[in-house]
Design a protein around this ligand. Structure first.
Ligand code: HEC
Length: 109
């Protein structure tokens, strides 16, 4: 019995581990912070952290991003929304040395 089940379990585990290690977008670890565990639990159900860490968004853009994710099925409790935004805009805010958007582009957003 054991000899029959073990290879199957082993194979299954290797597939899970292999796919976890070969994400389509490399998942950079989230920076430490009071919300890290929460964000990881809430935001990596459908994609890995790479989707988040590659962004440079303003707080307002992050707010829209959260709305978009909620539309896709993410559950962000209202009471924690501000903390999500604090963490995301502090760690993945606009790049400091990046040129500012022209006023027109900002107004359009
Ligand atoms: C229910 C599934 C789901 C959950 C949960 C989820 N996302 Fe997403 N996310 C997606 C999908 C699907 C895409 C790709 C959307 C697209 O290509 O338009 C995506 C894309 C993104 C992107 C890339 C930009 C974009 O809009 O395509 C960011 C940033 C992002 N998610 C952030 C988050 C954050 C932050 C959370 C946690 C609050 C989160 N996601 C939770 C499904 C999810």
């Amino acid at each position: 019995m054991f000899e029959r089940v073990f290879p199957a379990v082993f194979l299954f585990t290797s597939i899970v581990l292999a796919s976890a290690q070969a994400p389509s977008v490399p998942g950079k670890p989230l920076p430490p912070g009071p919300m890290r565990a929460k964000i990881k639990a809430t935001c990596t159900q459908c994609h890995n952290t790479g989707r988040i860490t590659e962004q440079h968004l303003t707080r307002r853009q992050w707010s829209r991003e959260l709305e978009k994710m909620e539309g896709l099925g993410a559950v962000i409790p209202d009471s924690e929304r501000a903390a999500f935004l604090d963490y995301l805009s502090a760690n993945f805010g606009p790049q400091k040395d990046a040129p500012k958007d022209p006023p027109k582009a900002t107004a359009k957003n």
